[in-house]
Design a protein around this ligand. Structure first.
Ligand SMILES: NC(=O)c1ccc[n+]([C@@H]2O[C@H](COP(=O)([O-])OP(=O)(O)OC[C@H]3O[C@@H](n4cnc5c(N)ncnc54)[C@H](OP(=O)(O)O)[C@@H]3O)[C@@H](O)[C@H]2O)c1
Length: 264
């Protein structure tokens, strides 16, 4: 299976590139990075096994066909990259966070037109997939909950992809009903967080945090927190991304979350 990786020189993309190089069933055939365009990815990452050429844009990188295009750049570049890859007949795995529901609706139209799969996963870590599943089970029984997303101070997008995805998932089970409606907040409405898919989401951006997500469920005289914490390396995101790459071709249209291709 041939793979083109946009963002291959980045924090998450470089770890994934090294992992793809270790997989006998996957071939990294092209990479995208504006800064390192024209070089071989292996030179930049210090890994001789990786011979993929680096292109300055997704349009140039998918000039030679690939089976799967992985988008791992920035929210402002992601949608255009995905649409170009679909046009060229690739299935797409989106790791980049920060795309809106409207972006995904447009991408879904294009993916269905081209009969290709798009698997968008806000967090590839298998432990996050389990957190989502556990939170969905809790939301079936507990009507009051809010989400807190913690990240390092230089993370640009807020809320995180993980928090957005969690809010969207839980809204399919139920929409929480705050005892005091948010619009009736006395004081500063913003203090109650952003409302995403009907759920209050609070983003903390401070030095000292890496990436964590927590759903707090409240019931009279009892509370349940389901929390996930990532370490500092990009290693947790590799295994899930490899599963997504291998299975995205079984899908048509946009699917959100790794469990679209897992039997949980
Ligand atoms: N789904 C998950 O599990 C997961 C895990 C980790 C991170 N993420 C998300 O993945 C994205 C990347 O994160 P990161 O920490 O790896 O970022 P990063 O270290 O800043 O890397 C970004 C990569 O994208 C390239 N890039 C940036 N803008 C581009 C553009 N306009 N066109 C082409 N290439 C561009 C960069 O190379 P040049 O600057 O040389 O172009 C670099 O290779 C973020 O949205 C992050 O939130 C998701």
């Amino acid at each position: 299976m041939s793979v083109c990786l946009a963002g291959a020189t980045g924090w998450a993309g470089s770890e994934l590139a090294r992992a793809i190089a270790r997989c006998p069933d996957l071939a990294l055939v092209a990479a995208v990075s504006r800064t390192h365009a024209g070089r071989r990815l292996g030179e930049v990452l210090g890994d001789d096994r990786i011979t993929a050429p680096i292109y300055p844009s997704a349009r140039e990188a998918v000039g030679a066909p690939c089976d799967v295009f992985v988008e791992y750049t920035r929210p402002d570049a992601a949608k255009a990259n995905v649409l170009i890859a679909l046009e060229r007949g690739a299935h797409v795995v989106v790791g980049t966070s920060g795309l809106s529901d409207e972006d995904y609706a447009d991408i879904d139209v294009a993916a269905r037109r081209h009969q290709r799969g798009v698997l968008a996963v806000g967090n590839f870590a298998l432990t996050v997939v389990l957190m989502q599943k556990f939170a969905e089970i809790a939301a079936r029984l507990i009507p009051h909950y809010e989400i807190i997303d913690y990240a390092h101070d230089d993370k640009r997008d807020a809320p995180s992809g993980t928090a957005r995805e969690l809010a969207a998932r839980l809204s399919r089970i139920r929409t929480p009903q705050p005892t005091i409606p948010i619009d009736e907040t006395v004081g500063h409405r913003e203090a109650r967080g952003a409302t995403l898919s009907g759920t209050q989401v609070h983003s903390v951006r401070l030095p000292g945090f890496v990436i964590s997500a927590e759903v707090v469920f409240g019931m009279p005289d009892q509370r349940l927190s389901i929390r996930h914490d990532s370490g500092t390396s990009a290693r947790p995101y590799v295994d899930g991304a490899l599963i997504a790459i291998r299975r995205v071709s079984t899908l048509v249209g946009v699917h959100r979350g790794l469990d679209a291709v897992l039997d949980l």
